[in-house]
Write a protein of this length. Structure first.
Length: 247
């Protein structure tokens, strides 16, 4: 069985990494190139880069910035935001991404998942599910859809997704712990890896998430002190979580 993964996340707007609480009150927390390099050097298993403004601005992904970040990494790199076509996904891989994340465009046109999988392979397709109260939200969490998050995750798998990135809007940025109930329910409904996102505040929270999901996304817990990733890895080992040896 693959070892659990620790995945720092860069939410990017206007070329800067931002973070808020429950997707609101975004504040600048750093440069994506510098933070990406720091996390790669600190032993992250992967890195996720989400352009949280692309869909709201109606624009394509920032390929030049993605390429600059990719040049600093020695770990797998997932990029999302503004992906509306399979060609957009191919452009991101050409810029240095290893996987492509889709959210709003996939909800609006679910066939996109299969198109991406056919062109890039399912292993490169991550469907991001932002949920509040168990309901899928799109457009950076601003638009409720009426879709059940568990049912949508299962449909995404059936359409060719290779991974689910599940963010609890209710827990996002609170540092009070992941939504374990939602995460476990989604993980039980699919056979592909689930990345738990939203709410990490300490090692106990991360360990609990890794008890029900295959990976944990990390943001607020690290951004002001990226080097904490190394000590966090040691704390998790002390809690009995098996992790790969950091490079």
């Amino acid at each position: 069985m693959p070892l659990p993964r620790l995945i720092p996340c860069l939410d990017v707007a206007n070329g800067r990494v931002v973070k808020g609480v429950r997707f609101l009150g975004l504040r600048d927390v750093g440069d994506p190139v510098e933070l990406g390099a720091a996390y790669s050097d600190a032993g992250a298993d992967e890195l996720v880069f989400l352009d949280v403004a692309a869909t709201l601005d109606g624009r394509s992904p920032l390929l030049d910035l993605v390429a600059t970040v990719a040049d600093e990494l020695a770990i797998p790199f997932t990029v999302g935001g503004g992906v509306r076509t399979a060609s957009d996904g191919a452009d991101l891989l050409s810029a240095g991404a290893d996987k492509v994340a889709v959210n709003t465009a996939a909800v609006e046109r679910p066939e996109l998942i299969g198109e991406l999988a056919a062109l890039l392979g399912s292993q490169a397709v991550v469907v991001a599910v932002d949920a509040a109260g168990g309901e899928v939200h799109t457009h950076a969490g601003k638009t409720p859809t009426g879709l059940d998050a568990v049912a949508w995750a299962a449909e995404a798998e059936s359409r060719g997704a290779g991974e689910i990135l599940l963010t609890s809007i209710d827990a996002d940025g609170t540092q009070e712990g992941y939504d374990l109930e939602l995460t476990a329910t989604v993980a039980d409904a699919v056979s592909i890896p689930v990345i738990a996102s939203g709410g990490a505040g300490d090692a106990d929270h991360v360990a609990a998430a890794l008890g029900v999901a295959q990976a944990a996304l990390l943001a607020s817990i690290l951004h002001e002190q990226p080097a904490r990733l190394r000590s966090l890895r040691d704390e998790l080992r002390g809690l009995g979580v098996p992790l790969r040896d950091a490079a």
